[in-house]
Ligand binder design. Sequence first.
Ligand code: NAD
Length: 517
Amino acid sequence: MEAVATDFGIQKALEQLGVNEINEGTSTGSNNFSNGDIIESFSPVDGKLIAKVKSTTKEDYEKAMQAATSAFKTWRLMPAPQRGEIIRQFGDKLREKKEALGKLVSYEMGKSYQEGLGEVQEMIDICDFAVGLSRQLHGLTMHSERPGHRMYEQYHPLGVVGIISAFNFPVAVWSWNTALAWICGDVCIWKPSEKAPLCGVACQNIAAEVFKNNNLPEGISCLINGDYRVGELMTKDTRVPLVSATGSTRMGKIVAQEVAGRLGKSLLELGGNNAIIVTPDADIKMTVIGAVFGAVGTCGQRCTSTRRLIIHDSIYDKVKDAIVDAYGQLRIGNPLDESNHVGPLIDTDAVGMYQNALTQVVEEGGNIVVEGGVLSGEGYESGCYVKPAIAEAEPHFNIVQHETFAPVLYLLKYSGDVENAIDIQNNVAQGLSSAIMTNNLREAERFLSHAGSDCGIANVNIGTSGAEIGGAFGGEKETGGGRESGSDAWKIYMRRQTNTINYTTELPLAQGIKFDL
Ligand code: NAD
């Protein structure tokens, strides 16, 4: 195995997660379904090779599917509150491993250690939510039109749920899906991003330990590794009734068509192009904190990152100056060093896309107000560190209409009424997260009304990024329409059945139809 960074406790974290020995794909956790080509995982933090993980072949995939379908037969018969007890233990195991897993997330993906810990906390929170849910999987009872009949709806497990996840939330997105799916009685097969395979192995190890301790089959959770071709094995597979896919809109359009072609269900969590509207009644201090964290947090690689600031012309210069000033104080560097605000992008391809965006905004007539650039020299050897940039732009610019997964913030000006800002905010293809900064009740309510924001998430006096697991998470339009996490998002992981019971000695037909024999 290649040497890994020994600083910031990475080596110890890898040991605690049981992934320190992974090399040449000798293991992908105890549920080993991977014997194909090697995926090398390089850290964007220092450019070093962390591990080599083998990808899943078609034959391996069949084995995973067999393990999953066989485990489903056991798991679905367990009463939901007993499944809840297993998820409670899984949440406890995550509490034990929180620091180690948070560190691995930070090192393999590049987000700050604090954000890595935050991601694991989300996993713990969804486990707590799921435990409570295990006693609340409810259907409705309705009155039958026929005398002596009872009618109700119940929810049953679906079967094998396929999970495809993106690099930027390499552990939390899996747990949002899997904790709910498990409670619902489903089993899961997960294909993590090929850009963060070690996080997948670490999570699988944690789940495996819990299942083993309870004499349950590990097939309840299966891990497969690889790129889109491995994902396609699930999207084409009629044995997978639900595919939950998180990633780019480009990917979502392919997955949606593939799954719909076999009349399967898909849950899509795709790209965003999130805006904050700043009205004349905004609290400027709060606006600056919300906008800067939203734009540079996770180096602009959150689906909910703030990409557009739509500022009223009467306060435009004041807001611009305050944000430019805040950008001047940002420290960019190793995300495991807690004094830094901004870590690296995921890889050099992402750096290329960031550079293209800055070139394009200027070509379209934009004006750079905070210069970007790629950092080099000591501490920046991976070539993935960039300076968060700000450009003044027009809402219709092609580059502004697209999601660039990097820390580039566009300043857009509006005049007149808040409706004009809402029009700009809605006039993009994506519909994930949105926010308004205002102390004006009328503006806030207009933003939240039927004629307001068209996004899945609409916040007042909070930025666009960061969501609590209690609410349903997801977005409209090209964001895919899926909802994960809290509220009643669990229903997508189950099949609904309507039951009618006749407790008389007659057989009346519905709609008064007579059929005398
Ligand atoms: P990506 O689309 O490149 O890859 C995501 C996953 O899809 C990977 O596991 C990849 O292997 C797989 N994949 C790609 N093509 C596939 C295909 N044809 N069939 C099956 N699987 C396929 O995305 P990424 O670069 O990893 O992540 C960034 C994107 O994810 C951004 O657009 C971001 O907004 C989005 N995202 C959205 C949410 C959300 O909740 N809405 C959350 C996180 C990330």
